[in-house]
Design a protein around this ligand. Structure first.
Ligand code: F6R
Length: 240
């Protein structure tokens, strides 16, 4: 089951931020990048600038990033949209590894990410966008329900969708993502969906069979799922 909030496009940011208002200082928030959460992050910045919210006391966890440590990266993107403007200190920000760093390989760096997330007690809220092919994070079709944070190869469709961010070069084919099993451990999940082009995949994810072919369908197993959709994205949902 899930709780559904269908809102107009101009109410989208406020509706998503409303979910976060009761987050205590020290609470842990998992954040995606992409077009969908832009109005949500704008609203967070607006409330923080007006002194109505103090997100700097929260802890933030990245959902995914490209492998290789190059630019553009989701780390830089999230830094500009959220981390810097909301004054999230370095020790309150858990990055997805994009290189092995001091570890033997990227798998060991991913295990370290998972242990740090566990030490933080997991995410209180994980916000997610929805890929046109049903991916969440970069868990592409075929991802397993119990998958953990790992290096993945992007599908050609996802690489094409990302090409606008890499105008001068080949878009990356490799990424590191929290796994579906990792995401499902968040105490609450908010799936954010905007636009008519997501209507069919949203209906498949929420009301179709639970299958690795539509990774977002595993969200039907989440302990507490809230869906915030604009009217265009919600158009194909059968009434409950
Ligand atoms: C980004 C992410 C992706 C996006 C998805 C939708 O961190 O995890 O799963 O949420 O590709 O992207 P947009 O919002 O750009 O349509």
């Amino acid at each position: 089951m899930y709780e559904l909030h269908v809102v107009s496009e101009d109410q989208f940011g406020a509706a998503a931020v409303d979910l976060l208002r009761d987050l205590a200082a020290g609470a842990c928030l998992g954040l995606p990048t992409g077009h969908t959460p832009l109005p949500v992050y704008a609203e967070l910045r607006r409330l923080a600038a007006a002194g109505l919210l103090v997100p700097g006391r929260w802890r933030v966890v990245m959902l995914d990033d490209y492998y290789g440590g190059g630019e553009p990266s989701f780390h830089t993107w999230l830094g500009k949209e959220v981390i810097t403007p909301l004054a999230i200190a370095d020790d309150r920000y858990l990055r997805i590894p994009t290189l092995p760093g001091g570890f033997a390989n990227i798998a060991a760096a991913c295990d370290d990410f998972e242990s740090r997330l566990r030490v933080w007690g997991g995410c209180d809220w994980q916000l997610l966008g929805l890929g046109a092919n049903g991916h969440i994070g970069f868990n592409e079709p075929g991802s397993a329900r119990d998958s953990r944070t790992r290096l993945v190869t992007l599908t050609a469709a996802t690489a094409r969708a990302n090409a606008e961010y890499w105008p001068q070069q080949q878009p990356p084919q490799l990424a590191v993502t929290q796994g579906i099993g990792t995401i499902l451990e968040a105490r609450r999940i908010a799936l954010l969906v905007r636009g008519a082009d997501k209507a069919a995949i949203l209906a498949a994810a929420l009301q179709g069979p639970i299958t690795p072919a539509v990774p977002a369908s595993f969200l039907q197993l989440a302990p507490a799922l809230v869906v915030v959709a604009d009217t265009a994205a919600a158009a194909r949902l059968a009434s409950l």
